[in-house]
Design a protein around this ligand. Structure first.
Ligand code: PNS
Length: 158
């Protein structure tokens, strides 16, 4: 049984995240979506809200579980018995940051294997920050996020 962990701030979860999570759920027996508190990023949605939105977005994926966490990702992975870390890669601009995080996580926990899943072309430009900006300017975000997130963004900015 291989348990994978997919971490992120998910502020909020987008269709791009959901695509990576869905692909991971087809590759591994169990996938834990780990929503980081990330207080330094001053998220728009609280940790509880981000967990609830991600859980609703993933409800059709039976082997996916969503949890919130504070502290080091490698400690969470050990506690949860996850042996694979799944990250989404969009463009080459993600690479430097992901490269650094992968090296650091490897130093902290060499048994945890990081695996990258490439986003398909239609999600390569998509990010939570772009979605937040479009929503804050009253733009349409329905094509970028699951319906529950569209609803939550509408409530937040209207
Ligand atoms: O969606 P994000 O904000 O790019 O995700 C970054 C995240 C949450 C994966 C990263 O910041 C993280 O792992 N945070 C937990 C704290 C930690 O373990 N930091 C050291 C690894 S870089």
């Amino acid at each position: 049984m291989t348990r994978a962990i997919t971490p992120g701030t998910f502020d909020p979860i987008t269709s791009g995240h959901l695509d990576v999570i869905t692909r991971a759920s087809q590759l591994f027996d169990e996938v834990i979506v780990a929503v980081a508190a990330s207080p330094n990023k001053k998220p728009l949605f609280s940790l509880e809200e981000r967990v609830a939105l991600a859980a609703e977005a993933c409800e059709s994926l039976p082997n996916v579980r969503v949890i919130g966490f504070e502290g080091l990702l490698v400690d969470l992975a050990k506690k949860e018995g996850a042996t694979v870390l799944v990250k989404g890669l969009r463009a080459i601009t993600d690479f430097e940051y992901e490269f650094q995080m992968t090296a650091l996580n490897y130093e902290l926990c060499p048994e945890l294997e990081t695996v990258f899943i490439m986003s398909p072309p239609q999600y390569m430009y998509l990010s939570s920050s772009i979605v937040r900006e479009v929503a804050s300017l009253k733009g349409e975000v329905g094509q970028f996020v699951p319906p529950c997130v569209e609803h939550a963004l509408g409530k937040r900015f209207n």
